[in-house]
Design a protein around this ligand. Structure first.
Ligand code: UDX
Ligand code: UDX
Length: 456
């Protein structure tokens, strides 16, 4: 029976701890956060994040062996295993600005642990994605005090994707656990592995060195993002030729060496991880004197930004090179479907570009309107946030589909066509809709990486 603590009740900490509490009923799992409002939400049925299946798990275990509160110091005192899942945004100042990770919260957490721990042995588990070698820095901070506690630092990066977090946690491809290469380190890694072994088959628990584990997380995200940028770059070529990106993706994905996943052309990838992790990786390569490697990975981010720019340029061009006073409705704002998360969503730069042309922007999203408001509050422009999708499209000159919510396929487009300004345009940033049918209704349809369907 251990006291398991998680510092940081976010997208990663919350769902992960909910699952550990579910499958390890003999352990007590506590999640703390500096944000009182967030903790209050975790203690209600209106959870701070939308994630299919999460509420059911939380309801099952909350108050039994899962607890949420803000007494960080008190929780550290009782903890045997401490997961650190605080955010590590990209640093926006000083050395490495715009590229390196901002480690201030992470270091503060390390110092809180050192100051408040009381058990003779404590395992600190790095869950936040961090630059390689931060576990070593964490260990140095923990060893710097006069604490009688023996610490082990374990790296256990999270691979869950938002929108499918519960499924990914329940059935992970692998769980990566990096331990220090000494007896104490191996024992600590085994203790963490033991938790996951409650529901994950042993052959999917991968024990590695700390550095390999940290680097693997960055590389996994960089490789996934690289596939999207590769396909997006080819979508541009398809638009100049007669090739169709969906056919190309399908054809290459059937090669088992390539595989079918993450080959969907899009307006650009978003989310809290991809851009940030690639920039970390690139910065790391630069730091270690590998500018060519740094530039190779940085180009994945450049193509991603270019793809969003290309999408915007197409809207501008097709709408006769003027957007001033025209209404553009965004279908979706979240960075992907089934989440309210908007961090790094391509919708943000798209809106900035649209209002830069004095367009009027209307935004619809079933889960992300609240976050969208916060993301766009710096823009002094004609932007509205509309809960009813049919109201959002009324009088619009163009629709821009940003997020592939299933409901957007089910809309009554005949009804929508009737209330839009003519000629009506749809720019499908996810190739999510039935283009031929929309064209039949009367829309001018602009998919990605395919020949457009034009009446004009
Ligand atoms: C975070 C990191 O962004 C990501 O790199 C890592 O892989 C996992 O942890 P996420 O859970 O999505 O991802 O972040 P977020 O939802 O922002 O949650 C972090 C939480 O930590 C926030 O609720 C924040 O209030 C809390 N926090 C932050 C603390 O409790 N203490 C701090 O000092 C800083
Ligand atoms: C990602 C990783 O998948 C996960 O392992 C890691 O822990 C965190 O980062 P997440 O960002 O939640 O997860 O979502 P993911 O499904 O990977 O999508 C990331 C972005 O890529 C989204 O904007 C998505 O729409 C986009 N995407 C994905 C594409 O544009 N095309 C694709 O084919 C797949």
């Amino acid at each position: 029976m251990s006291n398991i603590l998680c510092i940081g009740a976010g997208y990663v900490g919350g769902p992960t701890m909910a699952m550990i509490s579910k499958y390890c009923p003999e352990h007590t799992v506590t999640v703390v956060d500096i944000n009182q409002e967030r903790i209050d939400s975790w203690n209600s049925d209106d959870l701070p994040i939308y994630e299919p299946g999460l509420l059911e798990v939380v309801q099952q275990t909350r108050g039994r062996n899962l607890f949420f509160h803000t007494d960080i110091a008190g929780a550290i005192t009782d903890a045997d295993i401490i997961f650190v899942s605080v955010n590590t945004p990209t640093k926006m100042f000083g050395e490495g600005a715009g590229k390196a990770a901002d480690l201030q919260y992470w270091e503060k957490t390390a110092r809180d642990i050192l100051q408040n721990c009381s058990k003779p042995e404590v395992i600190v588990v790095e869950k936040s994605t961090l630059p390689v070698r931060t576990a070593e820095a964490m260990a140095r901070i923990l060893e710097s005090g006069h604490s009688s506690t023996k610490f082990s630092v374990v790296s256990n990066p999270e691979f869950l994707a938002e929108g499918t977090a519960i499924e990914d946690l329940a059935n992970p491809d692998r769980v990566l656990i990096g331990g220090e290469e000494n007896e104490n380190g191996r024992k600590a890694a085994e203790t963490v592995a033991e938790l996951y072994a409650h529901w994950v088959p042993r052959d999917r628990l991968l024990l590695t060195s700390v550095w390999s584990s940290e680097l693997s997380k960055l590389v996994a995200n960089a490789m996934l993002a690289q596939r999207i940028s590769s396909v997006n770059s080819i979508s541009a070529l398809c638009e100049r030729t007669e090739a169709d990106i969906t056919e190309v993706s399908r054809a290459i994905g059937m090669d088992t060496r390539i595989g079918a996943k993450f080959l969907q052309a899009s307006i650009g990838f978003g989310g809290s991880c991809f851009r940030k992790d690639i920039l970390h990786l690139s910065y790391l390569c630069e730091y270690y004197g590998l500018p060519e490697v740094a530039d190779y990975w940085a180009s994945v981010v450049r193509i991603n930004e270019w793809q969003t720019e290309r999408f915007f340029q197409n809207i501008l061009q097709q709408l006769f090179n003027t957007l001033a006073g025209k209404t553009i409705t965004l279908l979706g704002f979240a960075f992907k479907q089934n989440t309210g998360d908007t961090r790094d969503s391509p919708a943000i730069p798209l809106c900035e570009k649209l209002v830069g042309e004095n367009a009027r922007v209307r935004i619809h999203d079933p889960k992300a309107l609240e976050n969208a408001r916060v993301d766009l509050k710096h823009l002094n422009a004609d932007i509205s946030f509309v809960e009813d999708v049919y109201e959002a499209v009324e009088g619009a000159h163009a629709l821009a589909l940003v997020t592939q919510w299933a409901e957007y396929r089910e809309l009554d487009y005949e009804r929508i066509f009737k209330v839009m300004a003519e000629p009506a345009f749809i720019f499908d940033g996810r190739n999510h809709l039935d283009h031929a049918k929309l064209f039949e209704i009367g829309f001018n349809v602009f998919p990605l990486g395919k020949t457009p369907f034009k009446h004009i």
